[in-house]
Write a protein that binds this ligand. Sequence first.
Ligand SMILES: Nc1ncnc2c1ncn2[C@@H]1O[C@H](COP(=O)(O)OP(=O)(O)OP(=O)(O)O)[C@@H](O)[C@H]1O
Length: 275
Amino acid sequence: MPSGGDDQRHVAAPVASPLLRVENVGLEYRTTERTVRATHRVSFDVFEADRFVLLGASGCGKSTLLKAVAGFIPPVEGSIRIDGQTVAGPGPDRIVVFQEFDQLPPWKTVRENVAFPLRASGRFGRRQAAERADRYIEKVGLSRFADSYPHTLSGGMKQRVAIARALAMQPRVLLMDEPFAALDALTRRRMQEELLELWAETRFTLLFVTHSIEEALLVGNRVGVLTPHPGRMRAEINTHEWDASSEGSAAFQAAASRIHRLLFENDAPGAEGTA
Ligand SMILES: Nc1ncnc2c1ncn2[C@@H]1O[C@H](COP(=O)(O)OP(=O)(O)OP(=O)(O)O)[C@@H](O)[C@H]1O
């Protein structure tokens, strides 16, 4: 039997370097009275075209982590790097879509809302920005509403505008903080499917926060499961096999149950496993 030999064992396959590297990140809120530790030494890598989901119970620090990646909150320990560069503040390479429906300036039409950051970035003139805006408005199926104002749109339509506005900027990473949580169940499902269709078309890199196990399984190709407060990374799970057609299947339900146990049992076995 041929021996493995030291030489063979030391030949490693080339590994792609991550687009986003979060390493041992601790995040805190400090007031004069007390310090709240939001996350403790959280590490994860996000690669180009990943759909990485941060999943955890309320208060585990998911939103705080997303804000730190966006550059709004500096880590008290550890590091956050994009393309090897330490994140030192907000930048156009990271755009956040929030849950709130009031994230669009109400005095701007849909087209103006999408075009404005393009012009403000200095990368596009008025006409180029409007053309690009129209292209992305079409991608989210809102061409008929390009001249409408946000208050005339439903919650789902407003979120589509926010997504179009973010994607038109072509960020290195799209950050989404429970973007569909305030929508009714049917609209939420449709938006999840549309997001996946947009991803299949443009292959953007996504960091998505949710407390819904089902949403994490559907939206993500990888899921980072966080422990309750303060958030630590409990497990990382490959979820690329699941899509809208798998929901309801026994295998999907079993995967959801396994994640549920990871989330809520103190010493869940197989914490580094694959669902
Ligand atoms: N501005 C703040 N000042 C002090 N503590 C805060 C602040 N914002 C959040 N926290 C605390 O930090 C911890 C993490 O909050 P965070 O909002 O990141 O959690 P989350 O997992 O996103 O929760 P949810 O799903 O409910 O939004 C919580 O204990 C929260 O109370």
